[in-house]
Design a protein around this ligand. Sequence first.
Ligand SMILES: C[S@@+](CC[C@H](N)C(=O)[O-])C[C@H]1O[C@@H](n2cnc3c(N)ncnc32)[C@H](O)[C@@H]1O
Length: 290
Amino acid sequence: MKEDYSKISPTAVFCARMRAKQDIPFAKEIVELIDTKFKDSVEDLPDYGDTLTSKSDFIPFIEGRYYSLNDALKNMKNVFILELASGLSPRSLNFLKKDVIYLDTDLKNLIEVKKKIFQEIIKKSNLDRSNLFFMEANPLEEKDIDSVGLFYQNQRENKQLIVIHEGLLMYFNREEKKKFMENIKKLFEKYAPNGLLMTTDLSRTTKKENSKKGQENIRDKIATAIKNDFDYFDSEEEAKQFVSECGFKLEILANKKVIEELIAKKGLEKNKVQILETAKEYRVWKIRLA
Ligand SMILES: C[S@@+](CC[C@H](N)C(=O)[O-])C[C@H]1O[C@@H](n2cnc3c(N)ncnc32)[C@H](O)[C@@H]1O
């Protein structure tokens, strides 16, 4: 039987709620709409414990990850960004630029609701959405990879293809991760040989039995609710080897500067050392064909 990946979609609401607690443009508007007009269209997690009310002296994983990926993208000019499994992330709204085409994708139900939510925000905030597109896509399906590849081919206007995602690979087992990389390889070989994949999902590794759990640890609850275990590599070396065996070369981008800026903005200097240590878990890997 085919896997029903939509069981993972409630985690998109979790990420949206975590971002709405922070000062991230459009994050609060998105959650307001999820809780009102689109209440019956999105499935939420059943139990957040005290995650949403906790006053942490740390930068939450979701926020740090969001800014780390934005930082990796911010100086790129004349690009076509394909965001996979984008959930309810506001990134595409924050990247509405003249020289950027943005294709926002996720599974069918989620991307349909996202499109409606964003249409409301775009109208209310009077944004120019001419370069923003939405499409259903499951990167494990070759036909979906072809759909996004063809869309890129028709729209690209000589723009480099930048494929991004965050918070996806840990829900895939090893076979699925391999399929994912094979499909990205096909996408690049067929449609965009100079394409880049940027992912935040490969630096976090399996926690040792006795290691301290993260500040925002809600992973056990999430895994139970969606009936899907998290799968991380045992070490960064293992993850690097996996990427290279899939036919890619890689570079890991430092996120120290952007996280230091966040630390300063939030006045969290007293935990700086530990925050920077945790931030290594969501560094961006920049991956291209070998
Ligand atoms: C933890 S959420 C992250 C969402 C978003 N990237 C963010 O940071 O807010 C995981 C997302 O992966 C999506 N997803 C899970 N399996 C997928 C698949 N096979 N194809 C496409 N999207 C998938 C879910 O619908 C969900 O939106």
